[in-house]
Design a binder for this molecule. Structure first.
Ligand code: ADP
Length: 432
């Protein structure tokens, strides 16, 4: 093809020269030039229209012009369009690959728009949530009907929510479904849906086992405790029997405490606890704690300092709150050296949460343990522990009790300097 972009210009000049020569011969120079220019403009206009019509045509197989500026322009348009088509094909191919990949995922995936409408979902999500193709475009919370899921979708601090599987009879029915939400794209969200029926069953079996075993152990332990106490009384002062029997008594008491705490945890997990909330005055609650612990603190030559305004009330369950403070103050006494001061106070933090704190100047906790302290049975090295008969269940109970109040436990600690345990209650629970 002739790549000369000056073809149109040369044609124009040649035409004008011919018009001038002809005009000079005939005596109509201006008229012939004007006539030529008019014909030239009309001709180019027709050419442009042809180019436009060709560019509109999707196939674009043959070039409308082989040479000149318009020919080059047509070639350029053809290349751009070809590239565009190739890119489109490539994106389509990638999208198909992505959809095929997601389709074989063992977990369900749902893409939601900013307004939580379903944009796309894979087969597994369709099975787990009982969705059909025609549900695309519908708000997801109208199809997955669960108050917990709706709350979770609105925004929650939890990573995931577990809901009952849809009760509709299908060949594929999951009893328990776990749903996670991930931000995706500009304003979209990705729901990851997983069948957790087996995990939940195993969890329930574990809970039932712990609860049943604790109940079963209680009676023989009470009998053992009775006999040990009787033997201790009858062998009082006898060097040979008294010390070992005291050790047995200590271990029996530890097991008894452990069983009580395990049963308390089971009840908390099952939600099988008294949950009425009332206005609890923190000052008087702490006075009760002071009465309970003053003797133990005195024995350790420690001082309990309470600093709580009389006007502070919390909308809470009093028994539950007492359990929390009892555990934290008990720990502060157990894990602090003789002669130290333990502060119990109230403050409002930067998030407007009400913070009930217990601060000790005790042995402190290394950073690597902090995240695990609320796990059941987690204790830091028994060897160096000041409190030998601890069970490792106290902080697990504290965490559960606080969760009942939408509150959280924050632990700050430095080895050798002491620890602060903060119970952060949402502003809505403060009634001062
Ligand atoms: P335990 O019955 O062992 O005290 P907890 O669940 O109450 O069980 O505490 C778990 C572990 O956390 C304890 O074994 C102890 O090592 C550590 N701990 C708890 N409170 C304190 C504290 N105030 N100072 C130092 N360590 C603590």
């Amino acid at each position: 093809m002739n790549e000369n972009p000056n073809r149109e210009r040369n044609g124009l000049i040649a035409g004008l020269v011919i018009a001038i020569i002809l005009g000079a011969l005939l005596g109509y120079i201006a008229e012939l030039m004007a006539l030529f220019l008019a014909v030239y403009v009309a001709f180019q206009f027709v050419q442009l229209k042809k180019l436009y019509a060709w560019a509109q045509d999707a196939s674009m197989n043959e070039l409308p012009f082989e040479d000149g500026l318009l020919g080059q322009l047509a070639k350029h348009i053809q290349e751009c369009k070809k590239q565009g088509l190739q890119q489109k094909e490539s994106v389509k191919y990638q999208l198909e690959r992505f959809k095929k990949l997601i389709a074989v995922f063992p977990d369900g995936v749902v893409i939601l728009s900013g307004s939580n409408r379903i944009q796309w979902f894979n087969d597994q999500a369709g099975k787990l949530l009982v969705l059909e193709k025609r549900d695309t475009g519908q708000p997801v919370n109208q199809l997955v009907r669960s108050p917990a899921f709706t709350r979770f979708l609105k925004g929650s601090s939890e990573e995931s929510v577990t809901i009952d599987g849809p009760s509709v009879e299908t060949n594929f029915s999951a009893e328990k479904i776990e749903i996670r939400v991930l931000p995706y794209g500009e304003n979209e969200r990705l729901l990851l849906v997983r069948d957790v029926t087996k995990v939940e069953r195993a969890n329930q079996m574990r809970k039932d086992f712990v609860s049943n075993a604790s109940h079963e152990l209680r009676t023989p332990l009470t009998v053992m405790k009775g006999y040990v106490e009787m033997l201790l009384l009858s062998t009082e002062g006898e060097e040979r029997y008294s010390p070992p029997l005291k050790k047995v008594e200590q271990q029996v008491i530890k097991m008894e405490t452990m069983i009580d705490e395990l049963l308390a945890l089971s009840r908390l997990e099952e939600g099988n606890v008294e949950s009425t909330a009332s206005s609890v005055n923190l000052r008087s609650l702490c006075e009760q704690i002071k009465l309970e612990f003053d003797a133990a603190a005195e024995k350790n030559e420690q001082v309990l300092v309470f600093n709580i305004e009389p006007s502070i009330n919390l909308k809470a369950n009093k028994v539950s709150l007492l359990t929390v403070v009892r555990n934290l103050v008990g720990n502060a006494i157990h894990y602090s050296a003789k002669g130290s001061v333990i502060n119990i106070g109230w403050a409002v933090n930067d998030h407007s949460e009400g913070v009930l704190f217990v601060k000790d100047a005790g042995q402190g906790i290394a950073a690597r343990h902090l995240a695990r302290l609320t796990e059941r049975f987690y204790r830091i090295s028994e060897k160096n522990a000041l409190h030998k008969t601890g069970t490792g269940l106290g902080l697990a109970i504290v965490k559960h009790e606080l969760e009942r109040h939408e509150a959280r436990l924050v632990i700050d600690s430095k080895v050798g300097e002491g620890s602060t345990f903060q119970c952060c209650f949402p502003a809505a629970r403060i009634e001062s």
